[in-house]
Write a protein that binds this ligand. Structure first.
Ligand code: FAD
Length: 425
């Protein structure tokens, strides 16, 4: 008899994690196909560190997928997913290794949608000419070249465009006005110190802005207020309630609400937009993120799962939530197939905002908080240990081909909490 066929769309943090966990729980009782348009995992969170250290992220932030696929007998297709028909359980994709391929089809018994989101720089007027960012190799290298050969020492502005979250997941997560504000906070702090080191002034040259009332409010209000107090003392400027970016010009950033910010260097994080092929599907919410409950299962199609940035309940859009959602989806599928029994308490995602952000000078901040989801945990630390853990986590991830041992994250949390410098919240 044919084995159940599980198709995983996307192979970055959420997709690769889901495929590996399904193999771990389902052993050889399932066939697993993974489709991604590129044959490597892009380790997004550490690109900024490479850029500021003048290292090309191409050499350090790409993890080839073939060894991971081989190790777990995952059938990998390098292809661009074009559509999903949830009635006929069919994926349509375009093989992308060479141009000119014909569209192909694939049948599934279960599908895990882990294709992330479009980072919509193309929706920001003036970004192509005047904007910079650190979310991929290309833009990271553009910024690296600018900093190391063109930057004149003028003001720097860092912040986010408005996020358009769907309206059908409010029983699980609150409404966010920015998709992911750990990165702008991290870049603000680290570039301020980069300016100092390179004799271009320091934090007082940097303004951080947010469309919301509070930047990174998902980290917990105690942490945010402490962080803003510290950043203010260091000299950083803070502008809130910008609502959205209207346009970027040579001279700065214009907003939908409030005065413009003058800046030579504009480092931007855009709206996280669902992929077009997910919009207007019976599995998607009103903007196009895939609807699930906290078991990562679609409420209308029981064989459709989503995790990571593509899932509507993943707010903020964060790597730790991609990791957690992948594991939960894998357990659910393998329990459905009678291949495992889920332990009590492990049926659903218990989300937490866990984040280690570079602050320059070999220091980082560590945040661990679940107040955004109604909990009472708010841990905030700073220092060299969190920075070391940020580097170590990436190394361990690559060394284990994405299979960080179960003690990896708790150990990072423990060491950051015990050995990081306590910051009063
Ligand atoms: C600058 C920056 C810094 C960040 N720092 C942190 C941090 O410090 N900590 C943290 O927890 N999070 C951080 N994040 C967020 C984190 O990177 C994301 O939450 C995480 O990458 C989500 O993983 P994912 O697998 O769901 O999506 P992605 O990482 O976006 O991966 C999606 C995958 O799907 C593939 N794909 C997309 N569309 C298709 C298609 N149509 N066909 C085939 N394949 C497709 C892509 O090629 C990609 O491999 C940061 C984000 C940014 C932008």
């Amino acid at each position: 008899m044919a084995k159940p066929h599980i198709v995983v769309l996307g192979s970055n943090f959420a997709g690769l994690g889901a495929a590996q966990k399904i193999r771990e729980y389902g052993k050889d009782a399932v066939d697993i196909t993974v489709i991604d348009r590129k044959p490597y995992l892009l380790f997004v969170p550490n690109i900024g560190i490479e850029v500021l250290e003048n290292r090309d992220p191409l050499y350090s932030m790409h993890m080839p997928l073939e060894p991971a696929m081989k190790e777990d007998d995952l059938h990998f297709i390098q292809g661009d997913v074009q559509s999903i028909d949830v009635e006929s359980r069919t994926i349509e994709f375009l093989p992308t290794e060479r141009l000119g391929s014909a569209t192909a089809k694939l049948q599934y018994d279960y599908v895990v949608i882990a294709v992330g989101a479009r980072l919509a720089y193309d929706q920001i007027e003036g970004f192509a000419e005047f904007g910079h960012t650190v979310s991929d190799t290309y833009y990271g290298n553009q910024l690296r070249r600018y900093l190391y050969s063109e930057y004149q020492g003028g003001p720097v502005a860092v912040g986010s465009a408005r996020f358009h979250q769907g309206s059908r997941s409010h029983q699980y997560v609150p409404q966010a006005e920015a998709a992911c504000e750990g990165p702008p906070v991290e870049v603000t702090l680290s570039i301020g110190r980069w300016l100092q080191t390179h004799n271009f002034g320091g934090p007082s040259n940097v303004t951080v802005f947010t469309p919301a009332e509070w930047i990174a409010e998902d980290a917990g209000m105690g942490i945010v207020k402490t962080l803003l107090g510290l950043a203010g003392k260091m000299g950083y400027h803070y502008v809130n309630k910008t609502y959205d970016i209207r346009r970027i010009t040579q001279d700065g950033i214009e907003f939908v609400e409030g005065p413009s910010i003058e800046a030579e260097l504009k480092i931007i994080f855009p709206d996280w937009v669902p992929h077009e092929f997910l919009q207007n599907l019976p599995i998607s919410d009103d903007v196009g993120f895939v609807e699930t409950d906290m078991t990562m299962r679609n409420p209308r199609y029981a064989n459709v799962f989503a995790c990571g940035d593509a899932a509507a309940v993943t707010v903020p859009k964060l790597g730790i939530l991609a990791h957690m959602g992948a594991e939960v989806a894998a357990r659910q599928i393998c329990q459905d197939l009678g291949l495992m029994h889920i332990a009590p308490g492990e049926e659903r995602m218990n989300p937490i905002v866990d984040c280690i952000g570079d602050m320059g000078h070999n220091e980082a901040f560590y945040i661990s908080s679940n107040t955004w989801y109604g909990g009472d945990r708010e841990i905030f630390r700073m220092g060299h240990i969190p920075f070391l853990l940020k580097l170590q986590y990436k190394d361990m991830f690559f060394r284990t081909k994405g299979k960080v041992p179960p003690w990896g994250l708790p150990a990072a949390d423990f060491f950051a909490e015990m050995l990081g410098k306590e910051v009063g919240v």
